[in-house]
Design a protein around this ligand. Structure first.
Ligand SMILES: Cc1cc2nc3c(=O)[nH]c(=O)nc-3n(C[C@H](O)[C@H](O)[C@H](O)COP(=O)(O)O)c2cc1C
Length: 237
């Protein structure tokens, strides 16, 4: 079992993930959209817990297999949460603003750095406003060597990015099912994100996913979809 990389850090035990929800996978797929405008409101700790579990949590207890598939079960990704001031609400108040490492095996957050780093992250992400306005961002990094030592170059150029795509989509779908919104941000200065997160040299930041309550939730109706297909079927090849 891989061990958490933050030694002696303050630990926040997350509420256990729920394995039942009220939104079907079809509804989550239909209503998933990249959301870039958020309400000025926190998300709940239960919601952050659920998002992190969906991202890369345990879904098999013998070998520690995850919610996302991974080439050779090497699990090259690491997950962080950048929590803004009053960004995540818990029973006892707000989660302290900071940068947290997600310990998948214990389902807890380890506080790596105190403070609101959203502005620094926003600057690193080419000033994309949603990185600043979202109450929290989930960040995926990769330790390429875990996959490369098994698969060589194919691991680097194909399998790690594929693994990331699966995990990112999990976050999108879980966010949608919770009535939250997110967007995968791939455009940022690697070195700046690396510095903000104080990553080790072997860890590469890959996705920033700002999460919050959508200003305008996206809804697709069956009528709209059927109309679309019907119109397209009218035109011949
Ligand atoms: C690899 C990748 C990188 C992306 N990078 C960004 C980004 O830096 N900023 C952004 O606003 N959206 C980014 N997106 C989101 C796309 O713009 C979005 O998925 C696309 O416009 C389709 O919209 P949808 O997600 O609502 O279906 C990225 C998506 C992917 C898959």
């Amino acid at each position: 079992m891989k061990k958490a990389t933050v030694k002696g850090a303050r630990e926040i035990l997350l509420p256990y993930p729920r394995l039942h929800g009220t939104v079907s996978v079809e509804e989550a797929l239909a209503n998933r959209r990249s959301i870039r405008e958020f309400r000025d409101e926190p998300i709940e700790l239960e919601e952050l817990s659920q998002l992190l579990w969906a991202a890369y949590g345990i879904s098999e207890t013998r070998y520690g297999l995850r919610t996302a598939p991974s080439a050779g079960a090497q699990y090259p990704l690491e997950v962080y949460a950048v929590v803004g001031e009053r960004g995540v609400k818990a029973d006892y108040g707000y989660l302290e603003a900071g940068i947290y490492y997600y310990d998948v095996y214990r389902h807890c957050l380890l506080l790596k750095k105190r403070g609101d780093y959203r502005e620094a992250l926003y600057r690193a992400a080419l000033e994309q406003p949603w990185v600043l306005t979202a109450p929290v961002s989930i960040i995926f990094t990769a330790v390429y060597s875990r996959t490369v030592r098994v698969y060589g170059e194919r691991g680097r150029v194909r399998y790690v990015p594929m693994d990331l795509g699966h995990a990112g989509q999990n976050v999108y779908l879980q966010a949608t099912a919770l009535g939250l919104g997110t967007v995968t941000v791939g455009a940022f200065h690697d070195e700046e994100v690396r510095e903000i997160l104080e990553l080790s040299p072997e860890e590469t930041p890959l996705y920033i996913m700002p999460v919050g309550k959508p200003l305008t939730p996206y809804r697709l109706t069956e009528e709209e979809l059927i109309q679309f297909y019907q119109n397209n079927r009218k035109s011949s090849y």
